[in-house]
Write a protein of this length. Structure first.
Length: 375
């Protein structure tokens, strides 16, 4: 048994073809960043639209092309603000925050809920209350220090052109059956996150280990079929489209649905046994140099206008109930194909950050995939 790490495909579309398909261009840019510098810091600077009055420093794990429309709208509202957005992989974002402390950003944005809660619990956040934070449901606001602002369903994606005539799996049990029936065809063609390096990947697998009766069989099946490990959802989606893999597991739903709109061969599945919901979260560090603008951006992020903008222009799932559109919390709830299970925001997430628990989960992976390079 062996585990394969993803390498960028040698096959790429021509620039002419890409420019004719704007969404593909956006996600291709995401892929280039994710595949070559998945864990390194990538700095994006947005100049003020008027005379510069302040600088707002943000650490985030959201891919820049996805979050940029929101930043642009914020600058239109506050034209004197220069935004410096440092993009990281989720785990590296956490590590870099600790390495650089007390030099902190003004705002932290990440889908690795457990790592965010760990920082807040250790005293690195300052409390903030406003009408916008008060409007959040209780499960999306912990201690008035950390706030959920989007949903992320963890989904399965399949290249159905690679499985012609076969019924696509609707849940984890059917996925395992598909792998069993097409063992040779799927060997080396299953993809998932590299949980040692990707914080949200570790979070979703850790949650699966406590929620899913099929977790052990899933891990064994992935190991025996030489599952390939990826640094991001975008990298998995590109590999699916290129035919390098056939099945991707636990990737983020917002990117997957946007990609599938442009690539009809990609089928996105919300598992009918349950769909895990991760929240992207935000907090203001205790040592923020510019808390004023951080609070303004956080309020705009949680406002009805900001949340609708996320749904319309960023293909993210906003957390507010009063937002309309396909990628919204209310749309997810109306979809009866799968029960939704939130990963709760709060102290229970500290179990995932416990070093003994982390070592135990990674050791399970090491036994299933002995060639996996785990710390």
């Amino acid at each position: 048994m062996s585990a394969w790490r993803w390498r960028p495909s040698r096959q790429r579309r021509s620039l002419t073809e890409v420019t004719m398909r704007p969404l593909v261009l956006l996600l291709t840019v995401v892929l280039m960043i994710s595949s070559t510098r998945a864990q390194a810091e990538v700095l994006h600077e947005l100049r003020p639209l008027g005379r510069e009055q302040s600088v707002l420093r943000i650490y985030g794990a959201a891919d820049f092309p996805v979050i940029k429309p929101f930043f642009d709208a914020f600058r239109e509202r506050y034209p004197g603000v220069r935004i410096r957005y440092s993009e990281f992989g989720t785990r590296n974002l956490y590590q870099r925050f600790l390495e650089r402390y007390p030099d902190t950003p003004d705002l932290m944005l990440s889908s690795a809920m457990d790592l965010q809660v760990k920082l807040v619990n250790d005293g690195y956040a300052q409390p903030y209350r406003s009408p916008e934070t008060a409007a959040l449901p209780a499960w999306a606001n912990w201690r008035d220090e950390i706030f959920g602002f989007t949903y992320e369903p963890a989904v399965i994606a399949i290249n159905r052109q690679r499985m012609p005539g076969d019924q696509l799996p609707r849940n984890r049990a059917e996925l395992l059956d598909l792998i069993r029936r097409h063992s040779d065809k799927l060997r080396g063609r299953i993809g998932t996150f590299d949980i040692a390096q990707v914080g949200v990947g570790y979070l979703t697998w850790s949650y699966d280990s406590r929620q899913s009766a099929s977790y052990g069989r899933m891990l064994e099946s992935f190991g025996s079929h030489q599952a390939r490990l990826f640094p991001s959802s975008a990298a998995m989606l590109q590999a699916l489209t290129d035919g390098e893999i056939t099945v991707a597991y636990n990737l983020l739903g917002s990117y997957s649905h946007a990609w599938a709109k442009r690539h009809p061969e990609i089928q996105v599945v919300l598992p009918s046994d349950y769909t895990t919901l991760v929240m992207r979260t935000a907090f203001i560090p205790d040592n923020a140099a510019n808390p004023t603008d951080a609070k303004r951006l956080l309020d705009f992020l949680l406002s009805r206008e900001g949340q609708q903008l996320l749904a319309d222009r960023s293909s993210l799932y906003p957390i507010r109930e009063d937002i309309t559109g396909e990628t919204t919390a209310s749309a997810l709830r109306r979809d009866r194909r799968s029960p939704l299970r939130h990963i709760p925001l709060g102290p229970s997430l500290l179990i995932q950050t416990d070093q003994a628990s982390r070592r135990a989960l990674l050791e399970q992976w090491r036994r299933a995939m002995p060639n996996l390079d785990l710390p």
